[in-house]
Write a protein that binds this ligand. Structure first.
Ligand SMILES: Cc1cc2nc3c(=O)[nH]c(=O)nc-3n(C[C@H](O)[C@H](O)[C@H](O)COP(=O)(O)OP(=O)(O)OC[C@H]3O[C@@H](n4cnc5c(N)ncnc54)[C@H](O)[C@@H]3O)c2cc1C
Length: 510
C-alpha cells in the first residue's frame, strides 16, 4: 500500500514555496520551516508609512516559466497576478550625459543606437538573434533538466552546444562583434549583474538575458513582486502545505546516510521522510550539517557580488525618474574589477533605481514617491578590512550627486521621510546568505550545469536542495525551474518500493 510521505522544507523563499506546493499536489504531507516572520526570502517586502518596497527582485522576467508553476499547482497565473509590461524596460544613464531607453520598439531603438554608432542597429538585431538562440538552447538542454551524471553533461552530443552557446567566450568581449562604442557594449552587458556576475567573466551565453528582456518583456505584478509570493503561498496552503514562521533550523540530525530530523533554535524537533533545503546551499552544508569535505570546498567556490540597498520614502513625487533606471560608471571595467576582485565599493559605482509608483501608484501615498536604490558591491571578505559604514555613506552621496548632475534633482535628500539601508552583513543575517553574496554562488563555467552543487546531497540520500545556489541558478524564474527539477527528482527517487517501505515518521514537533 502506498503511504503518504512527509516532506520538510527548510526555508520559505520562492524555491521552497514552489517545491512545497508541487510536492503537496503530488500527495506529500509538507511542512515549511521559515526562520523569518514572513515568506519570500530575498523576494520579500517592506511596508512603511504608506510606502511599499520590494526588498530584492524588481524585474518579473520569463512569464511563461511562472505560468508553468501556476499550472503545475493547478491554477492559472492570470487568476492571481495582474501583470503590466514595462516598456521602455530601462532608462540607461552614462556619466558623459548619454541616455538610452532600451525598448522593444525597434524604430526607437534604431534612432537611438544609430545616433551613437553607424550600423549599431544591425549589430543590435544580430545580438538579440544570438541571445534568442542562447536562450532556447540553454532552456532546453541545460536549465530545464536534471543532470544525473558527468557523462550526460559532457557527452559527445553536448560538446557542440558549448560552442553554440559561446560558453567559453566572455560576454563583454563577445559584444565587440556587434558594437564598437564602449557605452553600447555596457548597455548590453550590465544585465549580468542580475546573476551577480561581471560581464568580463560571464560566459557570452548570457546575451540570453537581453533577449528575454526585450523580446519576452520585463513585467511588473501589480502590488509589487511580493504579490507573486503571496499568491504562491495562498495556493500552497490550499494544497495543504503548513508554513511555520519564526522557525530557524539550527541543525539537521543524521543517522547513517539519512537526515532524520531538524532541530530549531528553540529546541523543537521535526522528523520527515524527505528534507528539502531551500536556505542558501553553502550555508546548509557549512552550518546545519556535520562538516564534510564538500562543505570545506564550497568555501573556495566563487560567489556573486553583494549590494548596498537604500529604501527611501519621499514626501515629493519625481516624475522625471522612470520605473527602472540604470546609472553606469564611466570606468565600467574598473568598477567590476573592484567589486569582484577587491570585494569593495568601486571608486565610481554604477547603480540602479526602482520607482514603482510609475506603474503602481499604490506603492506610495498620493503625490509622494517610493525609491529602491541598488548599488552593487563586493561580498563579505574576512581577509580584507571592509568599512561598510563608510561605503554606505559614499554610495549614498554618489546617488545624490548623479541625480543632481544628470537629472537636475537636487532636493531629494531634503524630501526623504525615512531611509532603510541593507548592506552585505544584512543579507547574511537576514537570510543566511554565505558571504552576504546577494545572488548566491556564482555562475561561471565551472559552477553551472552538472558542475554546480547538485540538488541532492551526495551522502545523505533523503536530502535535496532547491534555490539559487543549486542547479540551474539564481533569479526567480530560474529558481522556479529549480523547484520543478528538485520535485521531479524527489518523485522519481521516492516512488520506488524501497523508499516507500521506510517507516512513515509522523511529522511531529516534540
Ligand atoms: C537585491 C536583489 C535583486 C534581485 N533582483 C532580481 C530580479 O529583478 N529578478 C529576479 O528574477 N531575481 C532577482 N534577484 C534574485 C532572486 O531574488 C533570487 O534568485 C531568489 O529570490 C532566490 O530564492 P531562493 O528560494 O533560492 O532563496 P531565498 O530567497 O534566499 O530563500 C531562502 C529562505 O530560507 C530561509 N532560511 C535561511 N536559513 C534558514 C534556517 N536556518 N531555517 C529556516 N529558514 C531559513 C531564509 O530566511 C529565506 O526565506 C535579486 C536578488 C537580490 C538580492
Amino acid at each position: 500500500m502506498t503511504q503518504t510521505l512527509n516532506a520538510l522544507v527548510i526555508g520559505a523563499g520562492i524555491g521552497g514555496i514552489a517545491a512545497a506546493g508541487r510536492l503537496a499536489r503530488k500527495g506529500y504531507r509538507v511542512t515549511v520551516l521559515e526562520k523569518n516572520g514572513t515568506p519570500g526570502g530575498r523576494c520579500n517586502q517592506i511596508v512603511r508609512d504608506g510606502h511599499r518596497f520590494d526588498i530584492g527582485p524588481t524585474l518579473f522576467l520569463m512569464p511563461e516559466v511562472w505560468e508553468e508553476t501556476f499550472q503545475a499547482l493547478g491554477e492559472s497565473m492570470s487568476d492571481h497576478l495582474e501583470l503590466r509590461r514595462i516598456d521602455p524596460t530601462y532608462k540607461v544613464h552614462f556619466d558623459d550625459g548619454l541616455k538610452l531607453e532600451l525598448t522593444s520598439n525597434l524604430g526607437s531603438m534604431q534612432t537611438q543606437l544609430e545616433r551613437v554608432e553607424k550600423n549599431a542597429f544591425t549589430g543590435f538585431l544580430n545580438y538579440i538573434a544570438e541571445g534568442a538562440k542562447h536562450y532556447k538552447i540553454s532552456l532546453e538542454k541545460f536549465v530545464g533538466r536534471n543532470f544525473y551524471s558527468l557523462f550526460e553533461y559532457f557527452s559527445l552530443k553536448s560538446l557542440p552546444l558549448l560552442f553554440q552557446l559561446k560558453a567559453l567566450e566572455k560576454h563583454y568581449r563577445n559584444t565587440g562583434r556587434y558594437f564598437k562604442d564602449e557605452r553600447l557594449k555596457a548597455a548590453f552587458t550590465f544585465q549580468n549583474m542580475y546573476l551577480g556576475l561581471s560581464p568580463y567573466d560571464a560566459p557570452a551565453t548570457y546575451s540570453l538575458l537581453q533577449y528575454t528582456e526585450l523580446a519576452e518583456g520585463v513585467w511588473y505584478p501589480m502590488g509589487g513582486m511580493y504579490a507573486a509570493i503571496q499568491a504562491l503561498v495562498r495556493i500552497a496552503e490550499k494544497l495543504g502545505v503548513e508554513f511555520i514562521y519564526n522557525a530557524p533550523v539550527e541543525h539537521l540530525s543524521i543517522a547513517e546516510d539519512r537526515v532524520v530530523g531538524a532541530t530549531l533554535k528553540d529546541g523543537r524537533q521535526f522528523e520527515a521522510d524527505v528534507f528539502i533545503g531551500n536556505a542558501d546551499l553553502p550555508y546548509i552544508y557549512q552550518v546545519l550539517l556535520p562538516t564534510t569535505r564538500e562543505a570545506r570546498q564550497l568555501d573556495k567556490k566563487l560567489y556573486t557580488c553583494s549590494t548596498i540597498m537604500f529604501y527611501w520614502g519621499a514626501d515629493k513625487h519625481y516624475p522625471q525618474i522612470a520605473h527602472h533606471n540604470v546609472f553606469l560608471a564611466g570606468d565600467y571595467k574598473a568598477s567590476f574589477d573592484q567589486i569582484f576582485n577587491d570585494h569593495t565599493l568601486p571608486d565610481a559605482p554604477s547603480f540602479y533605481v526602482h520607482a514603482p509608483t510609475r506603474t503602481d501608484p499604490a506603492a506610495a501615498p498620493e503625490d509622494q514617491d517610493t525609491f529602491y536604490v541598488l548599488v552593487p558591491v563586493g561580498h563579505l571578505d574576512d581577509q580584507r578590512p571592509q568599512d561598510w559604514d563608510a561605503m554606505v555613506a559614499r554610495a549614498r552621496q554618489t546617488v545624490f550627486a548623479r541625480l543632481a548632475k544628470e537629472m537636475h534633482i537636487t532636493d531629494l535628500e531634503r524630501h526623504l521621510k525615512f531611509e532603510i539601508v541593507y548592506q552585505p552583513e544584512d543579507w547574511k543575517t537576514q537570510y543566511n546568505l554565505q558571504k552576504g553574496a546577494a545572488f548566491g554562488l556564482s555562475h561561471n563555467f565551472w559552477q553551472v550545469g552538472y558542475l554546480r552543487p547538485k540538488n541532492k546531497h551526495a551522502t545523505f540520500k533523503n536530502l535535496y536542495f532547491t534555490g539559487a545556489s543549486t542547479h540551474p541558478g539564481t533569479g526567480l524564474p530560474i529558481v522556479l525551474h529549480s523547484a520543478r527539477l528538485t520535485t521531479e527528482r524527489i518523485m522519481k527517487e521516492n516512488e520506488s518500493p524501497a523508499i516507500q517501505n521506510v517507516p512513515n515518521t509522523v511529522l511531529n514537533p516534540t
